[in-house]
Design a protein around this ligand. Structure first.
Ligand code: AP5
Ligand code: ZN
Length: 216
């Protein structure tokens, strides 16, 4: 399975990606996670990316595309993959098609998670991430038993720098301006499927798997 998950910030791409990738036994490739790992590690890539991420802007294509090319053409992505957070503009979608074509493969499907802006703000403003194991919680929708402490590992929870109100607003604008056109691009190629991504997490997963069955 070669699958792209797309949707606005906070749609639940990361949350659903882990279940869908496990279901198909393919690696999850999240550009946001790779950037954040580089930011924590203090690498040159991380330093470059952080400026854009904190402002809610896209990291330049030159940086992002090289990183994805590297990841998809090495090792475990040969058996398939789930891309979370890439492509995010039409130029990235075009290059992705070329990278796959070089390897003699193509995408099976692009799955859009649909949620409205109000829900995005609710989800992002309450999101908390574990500093130790990376698990993602929500203060109202999926709260840990003790506030700010991870149930899984006892680690400290933190709020992402880009989950502040002003940055959330800018991320939504960037999504509408740059990422929404990608949906049309894939729809024209017959690759786009959409699901309602509101309601309980397991219900969204069930809708995703049911929609993807066509490509099993
Ligand atoms: P990235 O990390 O990809 O951020 P994003 O697309 O804004 O998505 P999020 O990670 O914020 O949300 P999500 O959809 O994964 O939701 P989650 O599952 O966490 O990118 C960050 C930045 O990196 C970008 O702004 C950009 O600067 C850069 N970048 C990344 N890729 C790039 C690219 N290709 N090109 C250029 N730059 C790039 O869920 C959110 C919250 O809601 C959680 O608290 C969760 O517990 C909760 N939740 C999830 N599902 C439900 C549900 N069904 N009901 C209730 N709550 C739920
Ligand atoms: Zn933890």
């Amino acid at each position: 399975m070669r699958l792209v998950l797309v949707g606005p910030p906070g749609a639940g791409k990361g949350t659903q990606a882990q279940f869908i990738a496990a279901h198909y036994d393919v690696p999850k490739v999240s550009t946001g996670d790779i950037f954040r790992a580089n930011v924590s590690g203090g690498t040159p890539l991380g330093l470059e990316a952080k400026r854009y991420m904190d402002a809610g802007e896209l990291v330049p294509d030159s940086v992002t595309i090289a990183m994805v090319d590297d990841r998809l053409t090495s090792g475990d992505a040969a058996k398939g993959f789930l891309l979370d957070g890439f492509p995010r503009n039409v130029a990235q979608a075009e290059v992705l098609a070329q990278i796959l074509e070089k390897g003699g493969v193509a995408l099976d499907v692009v799955l859009e998670l649909e949620v409205d802006d109000e829900e995005v703000v609710r989800r992002l403003s309450g999101r908390r991430t574990c500093r130790t194991c990376g698990h993602v919680w929500h203060v109202d929708f999926d709260p840990p038993q003790v506030a700010e402490v991870c149930d899984h590992c006892g680690g400290e929870l933190f709020q992402r720098d880009d989950d502040k109100a002003d940055t959330i607003r800018r991320r939504l604008e960037v999504y509408a301006e740059q990422t929404a056109p990608v949906l049309g691009w894939y729809a024209e190629r017959g690759l786009l499927r959409r699901i309602d991504a509101t309601g309980p997490v397991d219900g969204v997963t069930a809708r995703a798997i049911a929609t993807l069955r066509e490509f099993d």
